[in-house]
Design a protein around this ligand. Structure first.
Ligand SMILES: [Cu+2]
Length: 132
């Protein structure tokens, strides 16, 4: 394993490479308009291409939970909250085209939930939602 030792010089260039990568990632998206969500958002969910959410799980504190739904995809999506097998009534967000943002709040007790897109064929758009 002697040969695996990282010299100070290569460590510095590794760090610089990471720093540059982070700056590029922060500026990523090129000409895409920046999407703004309400400042008090607790759960920010992005619909991305490939009929997916941007994360497989989300977490928020119990009480009135403020959701923001951002469309990075080009087609319509919705977001509902599922408890057990049942959609929690009275709450649905909808985004129709790229750049759309919808937001709303729902009061949730601590527990395990899911978020889901109700558009036919989008049953893959499911993620865990943990309310603490
Ligand atoms: Cu969808």
């Amino acid at each position: 394993m002697k040969g695996m030792k990282i010299s100070p010089r290569s460590r510095t260039s590794l760090f610089l490479g990471l720093a540059v990568g982070m700056v590029l990632a922060a500026c990523g998206g090129g000409t895409t308009e920046p999407v703004t969500v309400p400042a008090d958002t607790d759960v920010e969910v992005h619909a991305v291409s490939g009929l997916r959410w941007d994360q497989t799980s989300y977490t928020a504190p119990a009480g009135e939970v403020n959701f923001a739904l951002v469309n990075e995809d080009t087609i319509r999506h919705t977001l509902v909250v599922i408890e057990g097998e049942t959609i929690v009534s009275g709450f649905e967000l909808e985004i129709n085209r790229k750049g759309d943002v919808d937001s709303g709040s729902i009061t949730l007790e601590p527990g395990s939930y899911s978020i889901f897109c109700t558009v036919p064929g989008h049953q893959n758009m499911k993620a865990d939602l943990t309310i603490e």
